[in-house]
Design a protein around this ligand. Structure first.
Ligand code: PHE
Length: 522
């Protein structure tokens, strides 16, 4: 059986953008920006996308297209293009450094994992990174699906009139503030009721499984084509209402104006992790998608488009949320519930609010499903090609089911412990004992924090080392330039890409790591 291919280059761009644009842009970006000072975070974020995210994205696409394998075999194959041993050694050293850092944080489970990684990198090289990527993708899906379930709940509320509505005659600013406070409370009560959260989670996981079983062409590609323009239009409509609320301008300033005090190393780490999360990098998704890409399609252009669309979606998401946050007097640093306080207030003040709210949450749900489908797809491709019997590939159904079951079990832990630990006290004890000072609030926060700010930068670093130092930009250039469309590139683009993957991206990531592990204080 031959592997499927994307039907066109636009199909590939749309599907990659479908993976990139999701809850990361509209739910996560605003609250992480809010917790990290707004404008300065946004500026650092955009720089991270340009200088680190895009070169890593090109590298992942290159690895995928060149090898046309699942991520584990792909990494191994690229490593054999040249002698990868020195870089393999560097990876083991990095993992050993991590083990020391985790010891200082008393995160004993992670010390064990890092020590195992030292051995695995030394023995299996980059194929081991492929496994790390797969594990991280499944871990992220487990809590991503819970947030997806929240969106399902909000669609239900919008349809059944469960969201607050405007009372004729009420004064806009007082009414909106009150609705925001109440919405925040009702969100808190909702996530404190795990049985209700469970319903949304199950629906979301079922949708994800269904898209994936449809195969890439019929599933993801078709959905992405309709979704993208609709989501952007709805965002613009919400922005118009949000910025015209009294006191909204302060929110625009907060989002777009950097302050000199805002540039701290922590902000850089957060922005870097958020950039990888939002662009779907470091999880081998782009490697997997790239492996379905035709030889005659233009990687630089595709990466450029995905980067631009994703960043635009995040900025529009910020612009839709922050003016309303300030207008209704919410705290920008309120965390994951931020949009569930601000959006209901905005919709209540719109003409036909319930209809807009329904359309918006439905679009957001579709955007989230195209992202979660890409996470499951990544796991599934690995399992399909790993569960071989002789020459026969494993069945897609079994592979999807395996990923599905792993994520559902992990997701249940998130469902039952997002608000507090009272339902699963043993989990709290376990997490504190295993994760030491890496523990952050709930299981959800701990997992998100560890995956986004530790694992993703680490796997992305490995990819830059693999492409920058083993394959090398010079040897990879023909693959990058292989386009059948008669495109030519100015030479500087190639030089810039080489410089960024070989030097700028790895050094920046290592510096950020050294700082967050406390080995270096910037
Ligand atoms: N990038 C997606 C988003 O912004 C989330 C995602 C993360 C998807 C990781 C795939 C992999 O919502």
């Amino acid at each position: 059986m031959s592997r499927e291919n994307w039907t066109s280059s636009i199909g590939f761009i749309l599907a990659s953008a479908g993976s990139a644009i999701g809850l990361g842009n509209i739910w996560k970006f605003p609250y992480v920006a809010g917790q990290n000072g707004g404008g300065s975070f946004v500026l650092v974020y955009v720089l991270c996308v340009l200088l680190i995210g895009l070169p890593v994205m090109c590298s992942e696409m290159l690895i995928g297209r060149h090898t046309r394998r699942n991520v584990i075999n792909a990494m191994g194959k690229v490593e054999h293009i040249a002698n990868g041993s020195p870089v393999r050694f560097a990876l083991s050293v990095l993992a050993a450094g991590m083990a020391v850092a985790f010891t200082l944080m008393e995160a004993w489970l992670m010390v064990g994992v890092a020590l195992f990684a030292v051995w695995a990198f030394a023995r299996r090289g980059f194929a081991a990174i492929g496994w790390v990527c797969t594990a991280v993708a499944l871990a992220i899906l487990s809590y991503y699906a819970v947030v997806g379930g929240w969106i399902v709940e909000y669609i239900w509320r919008a349809v059944t009139g469960g969201l607050a509505a405007h009372v004729p005659g009420a004064e806009l600013s007082a009414e909106a503030s009150q609705i925001a406070v109440e919405s925040g409370k009702s969100f808190g009560a909702y996530i404190g009721d795990p049985w209700r959260v469970l319903i949304g989670f199950v629906v979301f996981m079922a949708l994800t499984g269904a898209v994936i079983l449809g195969g890439i062409r019929s599933g993801i590609e078709r959905v992405s084509k309709i979704l993208m323009p609709a989501l952007f239009v709805l965002l613009l409509i919400v922005i118009v209402r949000s910025v015209t609320m009294p006191g909204a301008w302060e929110g625009v300033v907060f989002l777009l104006k950097p302050t000199s005090a805002g540039f701290t190393p922590k902000v850089v780490l957060m922005a870097l992790g958020q950039a990888f999360f939002s662009l779907s990098l470091g999880m081998a998704i782009t490697v997997t998608y790239g492996s379905y890409l035709h030889k005659d399609q233009n990687i630089l252009r595709a990466a450029g488009w995905v980067g631009v669309l994703d960043t635009l979606a995040a900025l529009l998401g910020g612009l839709a949320i922050f003016p309303a946050v300030f207008a209704v007097g919410l705290k920008p640093s309120s965390g994951p519930g931020l949009i569930f306080g601000a959006l209901p207030a905005t919709f209540a003040e719109m003409w036909g609010g319930a209809i807009w709210a329904t359309c918006f949450f439905v679009m957001l749900l579709i955007a989230a499903v195209t992202s979660s489908a890409s996470l499951l797809e990544c796991g599934a491709t690995v399992f399909i090609e790993r569960f071989r019997r002789g020459h026969k590939r494993g069945s897609r159904r079994t592979a999807v089911l395996t990923g599905f079951v792993i994520c559902t079990i992990m997701g249940l832990l998130t469902v039952f412990s997002t608000a507090d630990w009272s339902h699963l006290p043993w989990l709290e004890r376990g997490v504190r004992a295993c994760m030491g000072s890496l523990t952050q609030g709930s299981w959800f926060d701990t997992l998100d924090n560890f995956a986004s700010y530790w694992c993703l930068p680490f796997t992305a670093l490995a990819i830059t080392l693999l492409v920058g130092w083993v394959w090398t930009p010079r040897r990879a250039a023909p693959e990058l330039l292989a386009t059948g469309e008669g495109d030519t590139f100015p030479r500087w683009i190639l030089l810039a890409w080489g410089l960024l993957v070989r030097w700028v991206a790895p050094i920046a990531i290592i510096l950020v790591f050294l700082n967050s592990t406390g080995f270096l204080s910037l």
